[in-house]
Design a protein around this ligand. Structure first.
Ligand code: GBH
Length: 453
């Protein structure tokens, strides 16, 4: 008995409650996206989409959003209050190039001001070049399905880099969650262009991959000897066959896993695009230029879903199964262990590549679940770090409640509450919790009290 007790005391890694300390330079971060917070994105495809009847819950429209565009100082101050080391945000192509070939200098200057403000406050700016919204003129030309998409994107990226490249942006992500964005736009119709036909997915998917490859090369060419980091942000979802005994569910799960989670990353790894979606499309194209086009991988992790095979299109059904206490405002399951599983898989795919958790968050207006949500996910990040997986940082999604795409303004992901009338930002309890974690570079964690295991 005494021996066992001594053993427990001497091996802290085995004990269930302990202080989790993070690496010295760990990048504590929060993430946002331009269309969701800035407001007045009038020349974008989303602006047009929001005005189509029935597209957005409660008929919400982004309109002013959080008015972030006019509140750079105020919002930088709340980043300072939180104590974050990095801030991930996106640039709005529709504002920079509102009409084909017409560049808006003021928009570029605005972003320059934003980046300089962050730098002045010792916050590392992480820029995303595309986070779902597009200039309407480009969407009308077919968007990512246009054969010239990589060239259009290249022109935009070049303008951006020539204007903002020397300001010390710590990393550039070409795309945010490209597979989710395209499946929502072409399969479920939840995003623009609002189409519902899996067959339509192939062209834009290839277009996005090629656009990433060309943007990666372009940025490095423009940067010359300047050390820059260019990557991509992929949403990784845990998928489980609904009925373990049903081979069709396993089959459906493997197809979704391949297309949704891995199609782009595997293309980059193998220099070969290979997708086989039996009921929809098949493709097998060499893309050697895609090899080695990642300096880091951004991973967004939210949830897990159970997959069922159906006998009618789109043949695959994803559903959530969990007790009420583990379900968020969005109807998603809280499943912290999934962040461990998915990051580990990504690491096995790209063994030496640095990983950044670019999003993880919860819709939770009352803020009852959020503090524990954050801690339980971070406990798995800590475990991955102990296994020597190179994770550079963690961004909580998101800073302030915002325009949650097709769900409108109801879901509340923010560390700060947004008063929709006055647009006043007020810190929730979890803002304090997160800033304490940052200040201490860790937190005391009692696994026996975990709520979402
Ligand atoms: C992110 O997408 C976005 O990058 C961000 O802009 C957004 O505000 C944030 O998350 C919160 O939504 O959707 O029912 O099929 C997350 C996308 C979330 C897509 C989980 C898949 C599975 C459940 N993913 N989702 S469902």
């Amino acid at each position: 008995m005494i021996k066992i007790l001594v053993f427990l005391f001497l091996t802290p890694s085995l004990s269930l409650s302990q202080t989790l300390t993070f690496p010295e330079n760990f990048q504590w971060c929060v993430a946002t996206a331009s269309h969701q917070i800035e407001g007045n994105n009038k020349d974008s495809d989303w602006w047009e989409f929001e005005r189509r009847p029935g597209t957005i819950k409660h008929n919400d429209k982004s309109i002013k959003a959080t008015d972030h565009w006019n509140r750079l100082e105020e919002d930088t101050q709340i980043l300072v209050d939180l104590g974050v080391k990095s801030y991930r945000f996106s640039l709005e192509w529709a504002k920079i190039e509102p009409r084909e070939g017409q560049w808006n200098k003021d928009a570029l200057e605005h972003y320059k001001k934003e980046i300089l403000l962050l730098k002045k406050n010792n916050i590392n700016p992480m820029v995303t070049l595309h986070h779902f919204s597009l200039p309407l003129w480009f969407a009308k030309k077919g968007g990512w399905a246009n054969k010239q998409a990589p060239q259009y994107f290249q022109k935009y990226v070049t303008k951006v880099y020539n204007h903002l490249g020397d300001l010390g942006v710590s990393s550039w992500a070409t795309f945010n969650e490209p597979t989710w964005n395209l499946i929502s736009g072409y399969v479920t119709g939840e995003f623009p262009p609002g189409k519902k036909d899996i067959k339509l997915l192939k062209d834009p998917l290839k277009g996005v991959i090629l656009s990433h490859g060309l943007a990666y090369k372009t940025l490095h060419q423009l940067a010359k000897d300047r050390p820059i980091k260019v990557g991509l942000v992929q949403n990784l979802n845990v998928f489980i066959p609904l009925r373990w005994w049903n081979p069709l569910d396993h089959y459906a799960k493997s197809i979704l896993d391949n297309v949704y989670n891995w199609s782009i990353l595997n293309t980059i790894k193998n220099g070969h695009f290979k997708v086989n979606f039996p009921t929809a499309f098949k493709d097998d194209s060499p893309m050697p230029q895609l090899k080695k086009t990642l300096d880091f991988l951004g991973i967004n992790y939210y949830t897990r879903q159970f997959i069922k095979f159906m006998f009618s299109p789109p043949f695959i059904k994803a559903q959530t199964i969990a007790p009420k206490e583990k379900i968020t405002e969005m109807g998603w399951e809280i499943y912290p262990k999934g962040i461990y599983t998915m990051v580990k898989k990504a690491h096995q795919t790209f063994p030496r590549l640095p990983i950044f958790i670019t999003e993880n968050g919860i819709g939770d207006k009352t803020d009852k679940k959020r503090p524990q949500f954050i801690k339980e996910h971070l406990s798995y990040i800590h475990k991955l770090l102990q296994e020597r997986i190179p994770i550079l940082g963690y961004c909580y999604w998101t800073l302030i409640d915002n325009f949650e795409w097709a769900h409108g303004y109801k879901p509340r992901f923010g560390l700060y509450n947004l008063d929709l009338k006055t647009l006043k930002r007020t810190p929730r309890n979890s803002a304090k919790v997160y800033s304490e974690i940052i200040k201490n570079n860790g937190f005391f964690y009692d696994k026996t009290k975990a709520l979402f295991e």
